[in-house]
Write a new protein. Structure first.
Length: 276
């Protein structure tokens, strides 16, 4: 039986600036706008979901003081209040209370800055991601890309913490977790960039889409099997796993050419899907 189709709208929540040379080995020195893309999803039985929350005004408010102001220094931000997911929902006849589930790919600030705008949503995230995030504060948190104040104080009470997956494997990528048991939304582990990072394979009206989070920063990196610059080992959880995940994404792309792969910050994906 074919899985049900999920409606999908990809939203841009703003961007930071980074050098292409950091994003992909051998890249140029030009500055790249790294948009933070979010997916608004509607399941025919289970209603509205979000894949990540991207940037939001909270990001600016919580990075005004040290040590978190260093986040803006390392990755200059270009944000507008109207691009926050909560502000964009009105265009779809929705409000934050309509969002039942938010799937968190990982706890880096550019993926979770809008979480506090959804006081009724439940969260879905890897247990290992939360275990690494929950005890870190100050500079210890910032070194991992976390800004703890962005995460709701009642997160633990509203979260479903996922154990390592054991469901049917995706080619090249490994075991999955079937969110609703109908094959429409499959989570897969994409380790390396951040502890417990997840990807999401969605069966949508535009075909199958793999939301790859930061498993790669650019589609070109997947096609050409080019990892980020070696210096990013100072920023990621496990550089060896980053390279392994990139190889697995390359293998998946070769095995499933029908799937559109969407790394969260990929300029090519942004131009194609958001008209940039």
């Amino acid at each position: 039986m074919n899985p049900p189709t999920v409606r999908c709208q990809i939203l841009d929540t703003g961007y930071c600036l980074a050098s292409e040379s950091m994003m992909i080995r051998g890249g140029g020195h030009q500055t790249v706008a790294c948009h933070a893309l979010v997916a608004l999803l509607h399941h025919p039985q289970h209603g509205w979901l979000l894949w990540d929350t991207g940037y939001a005004p909270h990001m600016l408010a919580e990075t005004t003081r040290l040590p978190f102001r260093l986040y803006r220094v390392m990755t200059p931000l270009r944000l507008r209040p109207e691009l926050a997911v909560a502000a964009q929902l009105v265009h779809f006849g929705l409000e934050p209370a309509n969002i039942g589930t938010i799937i968190i790919s990982h706890f880096h600030a550019d993926h979770v800055a809008g979480m506090r705008d959804f006081p009724r949503a439940r969260f879905m995230v890897a247990r290992s991601a939360y275990a690494d995030f929950a005890h870190r504060r100050g500079l210890n948190a910032l070194r991992r890309g976390y800004v703890p104040a962005l995460v709701p104080a009642d997160f633990a009470a509203r979260a479903q913490l996922l154990e390592p997956f054991s469901g049917e494997a995706l080619p090249g990528l490994g075991p999955t977790h079937d969110i609703f048991g109908d094959g429409s939304l499959l989570l897969v582990e994409l380790p390396g960039h951040a502890r417990g990072q997840l990807g999401l394979l969605a069966t949508t009206e535009r075909g199958r889409v793999l939301f790859a989070a930061d498993g790669a920063w650019m589609r070109r990196a997947i096609r050409e099997r080019r990892a980020p610059h070696a210096i990013t080992r100072l920023l990621v959880d496990d550089m060896r796993a980053v390279r392994t995940t990139l190889e697995r994404l390359h293998a998946f792309a070769a095995a499933c050419p029908d799937v559109t792969i969407v790394p969260t910050h990929c300029p090519e994906a942004y131009a194609e899907l958001c008209g940039g």
